[in-house]
Each structure stands twice: as C-alpha cells, then as structure tokens.
Ligand binder design. Structure first.
Ligand code: WT7
Length: 637
C-alpha cells in the first residue's frame, strides 16, 4: 500500500501547489477518489466567504469510520491501529489492531444506541487518554452523532457551559484520570457540571482508576456492563450510518477574544480528506511506521493527528496517557525507545521544558528509530529548534513546523518532511490548496516578499470550519468580517525574502500559554468571579517555558488576610471557573487600571509593563489618571 497523492519531491510539490490554485476542483477530486464513498459527490466546491458558506463534495455520502476502520480491516486487519502507553511505566501497554478496534467501535456504537443515541445528537466526551476515548469518538461518528470532546483538565463550570451550548443528551466519561502523580476525579467533576445540564439523559462511565464515584440511578451506567451486554450476545451490527459530506462530524470548543468559548464545527468529508492529506504529506508517513503525537485528544491536534489523519491512512498511532516529566524527564524518550517510534509530533513548550533537564534524561536511550520530528501549537524559538534537532533528531531527522488552528481542521502551512526545505522557526510554505496572504491594518494586501502583516487565507480548503455551533453570525463576525472576502486567522506573520512564512503570534486578545489557547476576556471573567475582585486586566508576557505567561492586574476591595492568601484564593477561583491551565503566573494588586477618558483599559501599557518595559510606554496623554501608571511600574512583579 502506498499513497498515490504523497508528494515526493520539491518539484512535485510545486506542480501540486500550482494545480491546487489553478484547478482546485480537479485537484481535490483526484485526491478524494482514493477514499471510500457510499455515493460520489455531485459538486466538489461551493463557496461564498461573506456568508460564510463552504461546501465540499456536496451530495457525497460516506461514513468517516469506514475510511478509518473498515477499509483497513479488509486489507490489513492485524496491523496495530493504536498502541497505548500508560501514565504508569509499569502498567502493560496495549496494542489494538484494526480488526479489534473496528469490533470495539461497532460494539460501543450499539451501546450508544441502546442508551438512546441517534444521528445528529450531540455527545459530550470527557475522558482520560485511554483507547476507550478513541473508541468513544469513533462510535459517535459511526452512528452519525456529533462528538464534543472536552479536555479532562477543564472545570465543572467549563463543562457545563459547553454541554449546555451544544445541548448534549449523552455524556461519556470515566471514574477518574491519571496524570503524572495526580489522580483527577472526572466523574465527580462531571456530576457537578451536570447539575445545570437538564438536556443530559445518560452518562456512560468507564472504569480507569477505580476511585469511588456516585452513580445516579436511571441516568448513569457503566461502560463495561453495557459493552458486555452487546458483546456477549453478539447483539450489534457493523453497519455504519450513511452521512452527507457536509453533515456535522464534531464540535470542539475554543477560546477567542470574547468571554465565551465558541463551538467550532467540522463536517465529515472535507475534514477527512484534509487530515488524511496533510498527515500523509507533512509527515511523509510510510506504511508500518509508528506515529506518536503527544497531544491530548481534548485538543484539535489529537482529533486530527492521533485519530482521524493516521487512522484514515491505515497508520499505527501511539496514544500516551501520561506527561513528559513523569516519573522523570526521560519518559518521552523511554516511550520512543520502547515502541520504536518513527515520527514524533510535539509542542515547543514540551521541548523547552525538557531542555531544562539537560542531556542526562536522554543519555542511554536509543532514539535511532526516529525519522521525522514535528512541532505545533506556538512559535518555536531558535534555541528549542536546535536542541530538538541535535539531541532528539541527532541532526538526522527533518523537523516540520506545522502551523494551523482548531478552525482550520488540519495543518495549513508547513514544510513536508525531507521533501520541501525547512528553516528554523519558519512554518515555511503553504500546503497545496492553501492560499495565504498578508494584509496591513486597513486590509490592504502586502505584496512581494520581506513583509509582515496579518495572516489571512483567501480560498477555502476542505478542512476549514463551517460554522460556530448554534451561532452562524458569530462565525461570520469572528473570521470573515475583519477583511472582505478573507478568512482572518488572528495571527501575525512574516513572509521573508524567500517567500517563507513565519508565524509570529496572535494579534488579537488571545494568549497562547503552553500551546493552550486562552482568551483574556474569559480569564478576566473568571478572576472577577472572586467576590473580592473589583476589576482585572490580563495580558501575556514572554515566558521561558510556556511561551506566554499570564499576568493579572487585579483591583481588589479589601484584603482581609495577607496578599499571598488572597492570591491563592484567586488562583482557586480561576481553577474552579476554567481549569488549572488558566491560572495566572503573576498577580499584581493595583489600586486602579490605566484607562482612557472613555473608560477603555489601555492594555498596551499593561503589556509593556508586564514585559519589563518601563520607559517607552508610548502615548499616555489620553489617560484619565496618569499616576496609576507610576504605581503599576513600581509594583511590577
Ligand atoms: C494558534 C491556534 C494547531 C493545533 C494546536 C493549537 C498558534 C499553532 C503554530 C506554529 C506558530 C502556531 C497560532 C494559532 N500556532 N501552530 N507552528 N507556529 N504558532 O490550536 O488552540 O486552535 O491555536 O496556535 O497562534 O492561531 P489552537
């Protein structure tokens, strides 16, 4: 088996790119024909950005799980689909073949049906990184239910907002999750969330930690018992629901510049083609290789490059439950050695954190199976790039710097491993089908090379978002209204003298903390929930490991005990409202915030102070009370 659309040389890349621009419909039709369809499409593309309306392979009928499972069961049933490595190095790993995964997915699909699930229902998944999470996701897709996976680090409040927004009727969770030396009580967090979610009728609970949980009569049931019912009686079918190309596949919530996370919607066919095409080309996957993406399935990277991209390509995908530093900072390298990993795809924040432990965790580990390395989620700095290249790749593995977003479904700008040139800290060139463009503040296109501006995309690609769940107007406003007829990414970008792209970071009120996306408004809302807080302003600042750290300026009523205690209480509040990932790194108490006469917070000043700049704060003449700035500088942390 090989992939007829895998690009093997720079010339082939140039030819493919050219064709994808000049004849996009023919280009994607050639690729789409290599998938399993129950009925071919009537029209390859229909689009209009101002609405926005984007439809790919309209009229086509398919089920993505037939592409991820059935076609491989037919040709390579014994190939491992998933290799799973526990958080605990002493627990046995698991190896699940395509045949076994197919069987489990069909059985769990029946469990969902037995619990009332129907095509189009929204199902919330809040689970640890165990194979059953992948089974749950694929079982939803199998019956045409829309999955909404919520990262297991989110708080009850965050879950509740998301479950209500999507009006989920079923929840799939586990008793608890292991994460490093911690055990997280998933079911009890879920129980707290569901107090405010009347739409939820059934909760299916997997046993992972065997911690005590409360099971609500009539609502809650055990995964194992439900599976036993269908498996023992062999009472399930392997027939997949027939889906329209543009039927919803999943919702994934992500943060933006407003306080409320939005449900990014992806549909069946375009997303499938995109994740597969980018997986096969960016990582240059060869059949038989072991692909290890270290992300959590709670984020889009896990959806696209642990589940859908690799499995739709018949690949072997390694799923790791743990974290890079437990039980020690050699864990990733141990996993690579143990499972002979060929492709390692991780985040700059993980690389920077491991760099801090020096070379000893790598010494004695055999990393010779590695062929290709990848990074994603944030800009990678030069030092981390070289450390990765020298110590992990032994200067022998191409590094792909893959730029994309939850909204884009898959990678948009990246070098193709070993096929197109790499350049440290540059995502380099667009994937065929992607037409990037840089604009200045007023929306004028910046032509030529050696220019910097805001990154937009001017033509649809199959994997792009279709809407934001329940609020199409919000989708239009957020992504398609800033610049006429363009998709606006929210990122700043440089195109260098060679035409290579380097993403420089967000230009909106969104922070990227350890590769996690957090809106400043959302963070401020969470802090303001603390009863003593009068108001707050959040800005990002450069952080050696996290990329960006969270700096909170807080106006507090009356501090009754000491400041440290009050800070702890604020951190606790943020954990409760969003989750531990959102805890500020620094909290500075101030008597007021720098505001203009019209009441607008001057974040530019706060950002500069947080970054350590105290002299050149720019124009401060419009400030209502300039003395505040002096106080803020004095109290800087
Ligand atoms: C934001 C999207 C893409 C999956 C994980 C994050 C930043 C992503 C890169 C990269 C520089 C990057 C951007 C983007 N980003 N990849 N290779 N170089 N920045 O998905 O949570 O939707 O965040 O992550 O700022 O807009 P996300």
């Amino acid at each position: 088996m090989s992939y007829p659309y895998q690009i093997k040389s720079f010339e082939q890349y140039q030819t493919a790119y050219q064709k994808s621009i000049e004849q996009p419909e023919e280009f994607w039709e050639d690729i789409a024909q290599h998938f399993t369809w129950q009925k071919k499409w009537d029209k390859v593309l229909d689009w209009e950005f101002n609405t926005p309306k984007v439809e790919w392979f309209k009229g086509g009928k398919l089920n993505i799980t037939e592409n991820c499972l059935d076609r491989w069961v037919a040709t390579q049933p014994e190939t491992p689909a998933i290799i799973w490595e526990s958080n605990n190095p002493h627990e046995a790993s698991r190896n699940i073949t395509y045949k076994a995964l197919h069987q489990k997915v069909c059985a769990f699909a029946q469990v969902l049906k037995n619990n009332g699930a129907k095509k189009g229902d929204r199902i919330c998944i809040y689970m640890p990184m165990v194979p059953e999470l992948t089974i749950a996701v694929l079982a939803c897709a199998r019956i045409g239910a829309v999955h909404s996976v919520i990262f297991a680090g989110f708080s009850a409040q965050s879950i509740s907002d998301r479950v209500q927004d999507a009006q989920c009727n079923i929840v799939i969770t586990a008793d608890g999750a292991y994460r490093g030396n911690k055990t997280i009580p998933l079911k009890s967090v879920m129980d707290e969330a569901l107090v405010n979610c009347p739409s939820v009728e059934k909760v299916i609970v997997l046993t992972r930690t065997q911690m005590a949980v409360s099971m609500l009569n009539g609502r809650d049931c055990w995964w194992d018992e439900e599976m036993k019912l269908v498996e023992e009686k062999n009472d399930y079918s392997d027939k997949a629901e027939v889906m329209d190309a543009e039927d919803m596949l999943f919702i994934l919530y992500t943060s933006g510049s407003t306080g409320k996370p939005k449900g990014v919607v992806h549909t069946c066919a375009g997303y499938m083609v995109w994740t597969n095409y980018t997986f096969v080309n960016v990582f240059q996957y060869e059949p038989g290789q072991i692909h290890f993406c270290t992300a959590d399935i709670g984020w889009v990277t896990g959806h696209s490059y642990i589940i859908y991209g690799p499995l739709s390509a018949g690949a072997t995908s390694l799923m790791f439950e743990g974290i890079p530093t437990y039980p020690d900072a050699g864990r990733f390298w141990e996993v690579v050695e143990k499972h002979h990993v060929n492709i390692l795809y991780t985040a700059p924040t993980a690389i920077r954190s491991l760099m801090g432990f020096g070379k000893s965790p790598i010494e004695g580990k055999n990393l010779s199976s590695l062929k290709i390395l990848g990074t994603v989620g944030e800009p990678i700095n030069e030092e981390a790039w070289h450390w990765y290249d020298e110590n992990i790749g032994k200067e022998n593995c191409p590094i792909v710097d893959t730029w994309w977003q939850t909204e884009t479904g898959g990678i948009l700008i990246s070098n193709l491993a070993g096929v197109t040139p790499s350049k440290p800290t540059f995502a380099t060139l667009p994937i065929p089908g992607v037409q990037p463009l840089l604009v200045d503040e007023s929306g004028n296109e910046l032509l030529g090379n050696a220019v910097s501006g805001n990154l937009c995309i001017k033509f649809p690609w199959p994997g792009m978002l279709r809407t934001t769940y329940g609020d199409h107007e919000r989708c239009r406003q957020t992504y398609f209204s800033t610049y006429q007829n363009l998709y606006f990414t929210g990122d700043g970008c440089l195109r260098d003298e060679d035409g290579y792209y380097r993403i420089t970071g967000r230009v909106d009120d969104v922070l990227n903390v350890s590769g996690h996306r957090l809106g400043t408004a959302e963070l401020e809302n969470a802090i303001n929930m603390h009863s003593g807080v009068i108001e707050s302003a959040i800005v990002g600042y450069p952080h050696d490991i996290k990329g960006q750290g969270i700096y909170a300026y807080v106006v507090f009523g009356e501090i009754h005990t000491d400041e440290e205690h009050t800070k702890q209480n604020i951190l606790k509040t943020v954990s409760k409202i969003i989750g531990a990932i959102a805890k500020p790194d620094k909290i500075q108490f101030v008597s007021g915030l720098p505001k203009t006469r019209s009441g607008k917070i001057m974040r530019r000043i706060l950002r500069k102070v947080a970054e350590g700049e105290t002299e050149n704060l720019g124009d401060t003449s419009t400030l209502l009370d300039p003395s505040i700035v002096a106080e803020i500088i004095k109290g800087r942390l």
